[in-house]
Design a protein around this ligand. Structure first.
Ligand code: NAD
Length: 249
């Protein structure tokens, strides 16, 4: 098992990529703290892990709330005694060009997608330092490295995540904390439900990826597993594309 006895917090673990990663990490021996605003979905992930014989707890947390995030980290320490892996995965879509984007939607997108990464890391890092190190995986996107139409706040938030990753990687390399991010192309999750309602819409997105399809959540989870495991022990500060070739051209 590649994560035996490691303790991992996964934000956004109630759905999509976060859920797939929580199930995979637990199968690989991690004790998983599933954190999400969505209580029903989060508890479902935990039930699934436990019925497969794994260990997990659910914590309701809004990653944009410092208070919730501190309680989340506390729950991990109180339950499992340490914190080794943080997967900052929670995020929301925001599909409007700037002139049409209400200020509160801009704030919500940046608060969850970017400030959430800062807050969770801020409170997790001291616990990792106590434990002689750890690893943080941030969820960016292809839209962290290339632009995209009608989603200015989202691309800004994910571009921020890519460079926040590099900054944190440099700051904490000497503490044996590795910090990396993942840049997926489009993935078949509820997040993209609005834009893939019909086979034609699916195809229009699929052709933007040289491999001609969208990713499955598990294909992203395997990238997170590599970055969380000791197999990537000399890897820090990277933005790993998992995008079927989207950003290769
Ligand atoms: N699906 C894609 O095409 C795609 C592509 C690239 C990157 N991403 C990124 O992957 C991450 C996961 O997305 P997904 O596709 O699995 O979406 P999803 O909607 O299936 O899951 C996102 C989860 O995050 C949770 N969440 C949202 N706001 C939260 C908050 N404030 N606090 C705590 N939890 C919160 C939701 O409740 C949900 O369970 C996001 O950061 C997203 O931007 C997704």
């Amino acid at each position: 098992m590649r994560l035996r006895d490691k303790v991992a917090i996964i934000t956004g673990g109630a759905s999509g990529i976060g859920k797939a990663t929580a199930l995979l990490f637990a199968k690989e021996g991690a004790k998983v703290v599933v954190a999400d605003q969505n209580e029903a979905g989060g508890k479902e992930t935990v039930d699934h892990i436990r019925s497969d014989g794994g260990e997990a707890i659910f914590v309701r947390a809004d990653v944009a709330s410092a208070e919730d995030v501190q309680s989340m980290v506390k729950a991990a320490i109180e339950t499992y005694g340490k914190l080794v892996i943080l997967f900052n995965n929670a995020g929301i879509a925001m599909r409007l060009p700037v002139a049409d984007l209400p200020e509160e939607d801009w704030d919500r997108c940046i608060d969850i997608n970017l400030k959430g990464v800062y807050l969770c890391s801020k409170y997790a890092i001291p616990e990792m330092i106590k434990n002689d190190g750890g690893c943080i995986i941030n969820m960016a996107s292809i839209y962290g490295v290339v632009g995209g139409k009608t989603r200015a706040a989202y691309v800004a938030s994910k571009g921020g995540v890519v460079n926040l990753t590099r900054g944190m990687a440099l700051d904490y390399a000497s503490n044996n904390i590795r910090v990396n991010c993942i840049c997926p192309g489009f993935v078949e999750t509820p997040l993209v439900r609005d834009v893939v309602k019909t086979p034609e819409e699916y195809q229009a997105l699929a052709v933007q990826h040289p491999m001609g399809r969208l990713a499955k959540p598990l294909e992203i989870a395997y990238g997170a597993l590599y970055l969380a495991s000791d197999e990537s022990s000399f890897v820090t500060g990277i933005a790993l594309p998992i995008d079927g070739g989207y950003t290769a051209g």
